[in-house]
Structure formats: structure tokens, C-alpha cells
Design a protein around this ligand. Structure first.
Ligand SMILES: C[S@@+](CC[C@H](N)C(=O)[O-])C[C@H]1O[C@@H](n2cnc3c(N)ncnc32)[C@H](O)[C@@H]1O
Length: 237
């Protein structure tokens, strides 16, 4: 159940610990290995894509931009769900693009998806008002300069275009903590470590609202949230 942002009760929230931008090959974990873990999140990706396509009413033949597609599973699900879409991924990590390029080829959707190597804080390759839909999932907490990325989203999206920015939140409550501690028992130590660091790098709804209000998306957005996640979408008319 997603609800709208209201003033949250004052609770002790640990300080934010930034995670860094690009996710690249590491000595203990290369992106081909990490790809297997991302692939386990297919159900979450399908729900995210269905929300965008059907709740936000994406039209056939739309041009879609995904910021930080990582291994590209969201682009794959989206291209399979609606074969008329043309999808671009803007990704800062060349290692991720290597893995994503193989995934879209293996899944038979590479003719409708292209990946660009670059930083979403400066998408000089993309023209003003050129995308019908801009999405991003689990990437916001990595951005060094979210104000610049939000301004780039505002520049590149068409005037009546759709944006949908989904990410984890740091101010998780007791229910989410219990779920996290149970889930930890079923996943590898590395993955539970990265899950925890991504929660700690996340924003609270209030923090993200303060940031958004400094950008060209000001007065154009609304924030929704559930147990673990925040969703920034166009303000409903
Ligand atoms: C946690 S992954 C999420 C991948 C995918 N969206 C998903 O949900 O499975 C975050 C991705 O964002 C990319 N990223 C981080 N900062 C970025 C930036 N400024 N511009 C473009 N990509 C960025 C990272 O390299 C990484 O691939």
C-alpha cells in the first residue's frame, strides 16, 4: 500500500551514509555475479514496470529513459511488456553496461533498447523535451548530485511527460526492520551487507522533498511511500 507524504512522527533516524556512484567490478564480486542477485528481484521489477505502464498510463510508441539501469532487467521487463516502446538507459558504469548488453541480447529485446555511458547529472547526449517517460529504480541514493540529476530529468522530459523515481528510504520502521532481519537469513552475507548500505544511503521523504524543492521539478511532483520505498511521480492534476 503506497500512501502520500505527510509529516512523519519524530523518530530517531541514523545519519545518511553515501554509497558512491558507479557500481563496478570488485575483487570479491564482479558484475556477472552481482547480475545473478539482481535477477532474483524480477517480481519487484515487474511490479514497478506494471505500475508505470498501467497506473501512470504510458502510451504505445513512447520514448523511455531509464537512469542507472544497472544490469538492465527493468528495461527487459518493460520491452517485453510493451514491444512498441523505445528505451534508452543512461548508465555511469561500463561494467554494468557490459552485463546489461548481454542480458538484452539473451532476452531477445536488444533491437528496442540502447545503453549510453554517462552521468545522469549531465546528459549532454540528450536533447531538451525528448522523452515521454523517465524512470529510475534504486539509483537515486547513489547520485553525488541529486539536484543536478533532477534538473536534467526536468530538462529532458517532454512538457506533459511522465517521471517515476523509485528508491529505498532510510527511515524504515519496525515492520521493515523485522522483514530485513528475516530476509537476511536467506541471502548471502555480501548481499545483505549491500542491502544495509543502500538503506543507510537512502533519503527520508522530508530530505528528498527539501532537495526536490530546489530543482526545476518543484511544484511538479508528489512523493508516495511504503514500508521500504519512496516513489516520486508527477503531481496528480
Ligand atoms: C543499485 S543499481 C540499480 C540498478 C537497476 N536500476 C535496478 O533497480 O536493478 C544503481 C545503478 O545506478 C548507476 N548510477 C549511479 N549513479 C549514476 C549516475 N549519476 N548516472 C547514471 N547511472 C548511475 C550505478 O552504476 C548502478 O548501475
Amino acid at each position: 500500500m503506497i500512501r502520500k507524504l505527510s509529516k512523519s512522527k519524530s523518530k530517531k533516524i541514523p545519519p545518511r551514509v553515501p554509497e558512491g556512484e558507479a557500481i563496478t567490478d570488485m575483487p570479491e564480486l564482479n558484475m556477472e555475479e552481482l547480475n545473478k542477485e539482481f535477477k532474483k528481484r524480477m517480481r519487484e521489477y515487474r511490479n514497478f514496470v506494471k505500475f508505470i505502464l498501467y497506473e501512470l498510463n504510458v502510451k504505445d510508441n513512447s520514448k523511455v529513459l531509464e537512469i542507472g539501469p544497472g544490469p538492465g532487467w527493468i528495461t527487459v521487463v518493460m520491452a517485453q511488456e510493451n514491444p512498441t516502446l523505445k528505451i534508452t538507459g543512461m548508465e555511469i558504469s561500463e561494467d554494468m553496461i557490459r552485463v546489461a548488453s548481454k542480458n538484452i541480447e539473451d532476452e531477445g529485446v536488444k533491437d528496442r533498447i540502447e545503453f549510453l555511458h554517462g552521468d545522469a547529472a549531465d546528459m549532454f547526449q540528450l536533447k531538451d523535451n525528448s522523452f515521454d517517460v523517465i524512470i529510475t529504480h534504486d539509483s537515486l541514493h547513489h547520485w553525488d548530485n541529486p539536484i543536478r540529476v533532477f534538473n536534467e530529468i526536468a530538462r529532458v522530459v517532454k512538457p506533459n511527460g511522465i517521471f517515476c523515481i523509485g528508491d529505498g528510504r532510510r527511515d524504515i520502521g519496525l515492520g521493515a526492520k523485522v522483514i530485513f532481519n528475516v530476509a537476511k537469513l536467506m541471502i548471502s552475507k555480501e548481499i545483505s551487507y549491500y542491502w544495509k548500505t543502500s538503506i543507510m544511503a537512502g533519503y527520508t521523504p522530508e530530505e528528498i522533498r527539501d532537495i526536490l524543492d530546489e530543482t526545476d521539478l518543484k511544484s511538479k511532483y508528489e512523493i508516495k511511500m511504503d514500508l521500504f520505498d519512496l516513489l516520486i511521480i508527477n503531481k496528480s492534476k
